[in-house]
Design a protein around this ligand. Structure first.
Ligand code: TMP
Length: 393
């Protein structure tokens, strides 16, 4: 049974960065989060058309983070050594940060956002600029035959019809092939109060518990998982056909399952307690920002993430509390954060030279950012974060 546990108010589309404030007549959608007591899925209740969210203006670029690139490179090496794929398919290839580790002869990309698909096409990769479904899988099978690895990072959570997603993959995967999926981990999200993992693009936040049950019902089997640091704590799942005897379930798999149960991801009470913590987090964050502003200090934001959109809109934070954001993404610069009047300036060291307080929008890149901003830290500049609870670091 579906149970509501978290109300994040009304939210604009998380990646709909606006050029001017007049065009801020953007739509807002209710953002409520549900836990299903039967299948353990945690999902948002309202789905917005994929064509509205994932189109030729999609700004997110995966290759802008060093941490992400290193992770993808490491995984590619592992895939080559361990699975030795002759053909590999990536669903949601973005700007090619992962696929660039493979030869154009072996790799196929699927990326519905045309602006991003153009990037991998120009690099010589066959790229289908379509939404992933069984029809597309049939077409790729006709063009290329079956593949040995299907990889997808931070994409499957964005697709509403999970059954169709996996039926499509099954059509294209060799009997001994492996599916590798990575997405934000529900355990990390609940443990660290990262309620900003919920925004209208993230239809699901998966746990091993929920995916396991679902995939089992369609003849697939998760045999391994890895906890990885990307996107504030993700899980990478390794999946095979049940009939494939090449792999057995690993210790990691059983440990993760044990940890999720121990933490109570299969209990409604866990989510209700989480919801209470999030209401307290909202109050605390606002009070920290207000008290710094009351002292006459300026706060700027660092990393205009989709996650920040959830936080800023949920906590009603505008430019009177956070003056502006800096961000490295070309498509976000000189725009406003959706739903707010907070302007995004292209990142430059100069912009933070005279600032004493920075709100860490991209908290998931804390290590990378702290490394980059050693001077800010040296001169006793302070970061503000809301993860795992609002505080000044
Ligand atoms: P993400 O959390 O959705 O991956 O988005 C990260 C955002 O943070 C992206 O817009 C780029 C931005 N960013 C910076 O501006 N500077 C940095 O040093 C890093 C790591 C990210």
């Amino acid at each position: 049974m579906d149970k509501f546990f978290l109300d994040l108010g009304t939210q604009p589309l998380a990646n709909n960065f606006q050029k001017n404030l007049k065009s801020q007549s953007q739509r807002f959608y209710k953002l409520k989060v549900i836990y299903n007591t039967h299948n353990f899925f945690v999902k948002i209740h309202k789905r917005i058309s994929k064509k509205i969210m994932f189109n030729s203006k999609y700004p997110y670029r995966s290759s802008l983070s060093k941490t992400f690139l290193q992770n993808q490179k490491k995984l590619s090496k592992k895939i080559k050594i361990f699975f030795k794929p002759k053909k590999i398919l990536e669903i949601g290839s973005n700007d090619g940060s992962f696929i660039k580790n493979f030869s154009t002869k072996k790799a196929i990309c699927v990326e519905p956002c045309k602006n991003l698909a153009k990037i991998t096409t120009n690099k010589g990769y066959k790229t289908y600029s379509n939404y992933w479904d069984t029809k597309l899988a049939e077409k790729i099978k006709t063009d290329f035959g079956k593949v040995d690895i299907v990889y997808s990072a931070n994409t499957i959570t964005h697709i509403s019809n999970l059954k169709n997603v996996f039926e499509a993959i099954k059509k294209l995967l060799n009997p001994n092939g492996v599916i590798i999926i990575e997405d934000p981990s529900l355990l990390e999200c609940i443990k660290y109060n990262s309620y900003d993992q919920f925004y209208n693009e993230h239809i699901y936040i998966f746990s091993l518990l929920s995916l396991n049950k679902f995939l089992d019902s369609i003849d697939l089997c998760i045999f391994d998982v890895e906890n990885i640091k990307t996107h504030g704590g993700s899980l990478r799942y390794y999946v095979k056909f049940k009939k494939n005897a090449n792999f057995i379930r690993t210790k990691n798999y059983f440990n993760q399952l044990k940890n999720e149960k121990k933490f109570g991801l299969n209990k409604l009470s866990t989510y209700l307690k989480f919801s209470n913590r999030i209401l307290k987090s909202k109050k605390k964050l606002i009070s920290i920002l207000e008290s710094i502003n009351n002292k006459g200090e300026t706060i700027i934001g660092y990393g205009a993430t989709a996650k920040s959109v959830t936080v800023l809109n949920f906590c009603n934070i505008n430019s009177s509390l956070i003056k502006f954001f800096v961000d490295t993404t070309p498509a976000k610069k000189f725009k406003y954060i959706p739903g707010t009047n907070i302007f995004i300036k292209p990142y430059s060291k100069k912009l933070i030279k005279d600032v004493n307080y920075i709100f860490l929008g991209a908290w998931n890149f804390k290590k990378e950012i702290f490394n980059k901003e050693k001077n800010f830290i040296k001169r006793k500049g302070r970061f503000i974060t809301h993860i795992p609870f609002p505080r000044i670091i």
